[in-house]
Design a protein around this ligand. Structure first.
Ligand SMILES: [Zn+2]
Length: 426
């Protein structure tokens, strides 16, 4: 009996620390936030440190500490200084990287406030930030040692009122969405509460999110704006609002985005969260969503509010690509000689290994003709990622494509969304 027990103990010691035990060993149950400025032009990018902030909650996973799914344009690693072990890793996209593909970035140097968050380390760590080059390879761009006991780490405390919209349980086993109001004035609190409720209702009315209702928590933070409504520069209409969102981002009318990402973090930090979504107090069609960054869209659009929510959240959750053609001001967002990392578009450069080849029915022609009788057929249709040639999509019309014509995500997007939800909720 004694021998057996000893044997079991020996076996346990030999196993590497996984999941929760790893979290307990390396992290406290709160957030460390690293603020910086992402600066450069169309070909260069540099990161300038701003400040470190301690936030009271950690809303992320305590099991899936290393995200190696291969998504994203940016990646950061938190490395334990003593053992040199990577103890946390995430990927994400930024508005700055999108801006780099615009005409303006060829003429102007610009900086945008950015920020990354990770669970608060118990011992000193090194932060490394990587960026993907045109060939799709991650290169290390920024390194900084972080002394976790430094008294210069600013402590933030929750000051804004918050409320639960949809609660199913423990945040580290759930995807926690925080809803943030844009353009709701002090006396429009009830309107925002109704919009937050409607968000949850709409969000869970579309598959595959409807299948994962129990894997989400949704909370909202009440951050009133000085003025009601939204900023529309193209109409010379400027409002003093909580997140300073603007339509006409990169001069694209319906692209409503927020440049001051740190401002969003300040509001979101009042609750535990994984993803930020901003409800914009307007009927004007539009919005945007960036992978592991934030989403924003019109809360009062008369017909398509819910579809826009789930479309943008497809970008925010796992960086799904737009499957449509045109409509943006980017130059060569997807170089056609490189297989994109996004799971739902292909350039056919490495389709067999990296993309949805294994999901295709045996005799499906590649590429596939986009005709009416193929509208339910998983294939490889030319046109996607904003261009009509050289980039292919999996379905004639998925929810990541034209929102007028569909209510369904294609099988590839459905698989990728479900897979990522399972990963984050392990
Ligand atoms: Zn799709």
């Amino acid at each position: 009996m004694k021998i057996k027990r000893l044997f079991i103990a020996g076996t346990l010691i030999a196993l590497p620390l996984t999941g929760f035990a790893q979290f307990e060993k390396y992290f406290h149950n709160k957030t460390l936030r690293y603020d910086f400025y992402h600066c450069g032009n169309s070909t260069n990018e540099t990161y300038y440190f701003d400040e470190l902030i301690e936030e009271p909650y950690w809303g992320g996973s305590k099991n899936s500490m290393i995200d190696d799914k291969g998504y994203g344009v940016q990646m950061f690693k938190i490395i334990d200084k003593k053992t040199k072990k990577v103890i946390y890793q995430r990927t994400y996209n930024t508005l700055f990287n999108e801006w780099q593909t615009t005409d303006e970035a060829q003429k102007v140097e610009k900086g945008m406030p950015e920020s990354i968050v990770f669970p608060y380390p118990k011992q000193d760590v090194t932060l490394e930030i990587y960026s993907r080059d045109k060939k799709g390879v991650f290169n290390k761009k920024h390194t900084q040692d972080i002394a976790v006991d430094s008294y210069f780490i600013r402590k933030s405390t929750p000051t804004l009122e918050s409320f639960e919209v949809h609660y199913t349980g423990n945040p580290d086993k759930r995807i926690d969405i925080v809803l943030i109001p844009e353009g709701y004035s002090e006396n429009e609190k009830e309107k925002f509460e109704a919009a937050a409720k409607a968000f949850a209702q709409e969000f869970f009315s579309f598959a595959p999110f409807s299948d994962f209702k129990e894997k989400f928590n949704i909370r909202a933070v009440w951050a009133p704006s000085q003025e009601s409504g939204v900023t529309i520069p193209g109409e010379n209409n400027w409002k003093n609002t909580a997140t300073k969102a603007q339509y006409y981002t990169f001069d694209s009318e319906r692209y409503q985005m927020i440049e001051d990402f740190q401002l969003l973090r300040d509001i979101a930090s009042n609750v535990p969260y994984d993803y930020m979504y901003v409800l914009s107090n307007t009927q004007k069609y539009g919005g945007g969503g960036i992978y592991n960054f934030y989403g924003i869209s019109a809360a009062n659009h008369p017909t398509r509010t819910g579809k826009i929510y789930v479309h943008e959240f497809g970008h925010v959750l796992l960086g799904l690509a737009d499957e449509y053609v045109g409509g943006v001001s980017y130059n060569e967002m997807y170089p056609t000689d490189v297989e994109p990392w996004e799971p739902n578009i292909t350039t056919l450069k490495d389709f067999d290994k990296k993309q949805w080849k294994k999901m295709l029915a045996k005799d499906t022609p590649v590429p596939t003709e986009a005709k009416t009788e193929n509208c339910e057929l998983l294939g490889v249709y030319e046109g996607g990622g904003y261009v009509d040639k050289g980039v292919y999509r999996p379905w004639v019309n998925c929810m990541m494509n034209n929102l007028h014509k569909t209510e369904t995500f294609c099988p590839v997007c459905t698989w990728a969304i479900s897979d990522y939800i399972e990963f984050l909720c392990k």
